[in-house]
Design a protein around this ligand. Structure first.
Ligand code: ATP
Length: 248
């Protein structure tokens, strides 16, 4: 039996500053517990898709001009991002944001502050995250700014996990990281979806890694969706990779 649709994006068009059209008529849906990759080259519109979902466009003087985004059947477009976080829709922004002078563990704890959890719940949540990212346990007392790029990306993801999301949205988690580190991060995302039922929406320029771990994918070119399908399907079609994703 198929899992319920948790996110439904219907024919959205997005504009910046009332004039620059960044997305035209983009649609996709995401089933609970699955991973959807948003692929495309630099400037294609991937980040705009994610911001539309999390209602972050207004902060950039942008908006969804038409269409709908529904999370659990409810429109996200008129809800404050903090409200969406409480509802379980959490975004990890591009560029692995963490507080450089706080320790790794303090960074993680800040991610749970919106939930007013007991000490016991915080300890349990930290334990779950250290189980997914053993590296962070080793580094927990170190200032985040002194850890590697991969560890900072794990810390940013761990912070998001502290608010117990049901839908995790990630913008280019592979950016600037070595292949082995990227693989480790996607392995962790796969475990979170397979073992913990987390639903994941991930934008990536690195289409080969994203297609290796995603269940479904959408390819965006110039703000238009040119292809959607199962990741297995897209992986097997060499023509697609060469033409849309710039791979040899
Ligand atoms: P990248 O991989 O570089 O993040 P992307 O695929 O995520 O690229 P977007 O960042 O969504 O692409 O950008 C899509 C289009 O919208 C681009 O043409 C970009 O110049 C434009 N754009 C993005 N942000 C703004 C903004 N704040 N104001 C005006 N135009 C913007």
């Amino acid at each position: 039996s198929e899992k319920p649709v948790i996110l439904d994006v219907r024919s959205i068009s997005a504009v910046y500053g009332g004039a620059i059209r960044a997305l035209t008529d983009v649609s996709f849906s995401l089933r609970s517990g699955s991973i959807l990759a948003v692929l495309g080259s630099n400037g294609a519109g991937k980040t705009t898709v994610l911001k539309a979902v999390s209602n972050l466009l207004p902060a950039e003087r942008g908006q969804v001009a038409s269409g709908s985004v529904r999370f659990d059947g409810v429109s996200t477009l008129n809800r404050a991002p903090a409200d969406l976080v409480r509802a379980g829709l959490v975004q990890v922004l591009e560029g692995r944001h963490c507080f450089k002078s706080l320790t790794v563990e303090e960074n993680l704890i800040t991610g749970g502050l919106g939930r007013s959890s007991s000490r016991r719940e915080v300890a349990d949540d930290l334990e779950r995250i250290y189980e997914i990212f053993p590296r962070l346990r080793e580094r927990r007392r170190l200032a985040a700014g002194l850890t590697s790029g991969g560890e900072q990306q794990m810390t940013a993801i761990g912070r998001a996990l502290m608010s117990r999301p049901r839908l995790l949205v990630l913008d280019e988690p592979s950016m600037g990281l070595a292949p082995l580190v990227i693989r480790g991060i996607f392995e962790a995302l796969k475990r979170l979806s397979a073992e913990h039922g987390l639903t994941i929406l991930v934008a990536e320029q690195n289409s080969s890694i994203a297609l290796a771990y995603a269940d479904t994918a959408i390819v965006i070119e110039n703000g238009v969706s040119v292809l959607t399908g199962s990741a297995a399907d897209l992986r097997s079609r060499a023509d697609i990779k060469a033409f849309y994703l710039g791979e040899k």
